[in-house]
Ligand binder design. Structure first.
Ligand SMILES: [Zn+2]
Length: 94
């Protein structure tokens, strides 16, 4: 059995979509994780207990409001990280 934060899944899913559409946003691991961390700190966590083999049936229970909130927090987080990127501390950043 696994304890899962559904909000975290949604954040990474939406972040992936945003990054595909906006090449101006730095896609390095440091910036992506910083964006996700900032957004997740402002969003309500939604924990579910799931079987390891269980297919997540999120789409049915995922209401539109969570999606809207996630996009809003991601947009704010991207603005913060774009202004103060911390990837310079990362030696593996190209
Ligand atoms: Zn970066």
């Amino acid at each position: 059995m696994l304890l899962k934060n559904v909000t975290q899944d949604i954040v990474f899913e939406k972040l992936g979509e945003i990054l595909r559409c906006h090449p101006e946003i730095c896609p390095c691991a440091r910036c992506q994780l910083d964006i996700a961390a900032i957004a997740l700190n402002h969003l309500q966590p939604r924990y579910v207990v799931t079987d390891l083999g269980e297919v997540m049936t999120r789409t049915g229970s995922l209401d539109a409001q969570i999606s809207v909130d996630t996009m809003l927090e991601l947009t704010k987080a991207i603005a913060i990280v774009s202004r103060f990127p911390r990837h310079a501390e990362n030696s593996d950043h190209k």
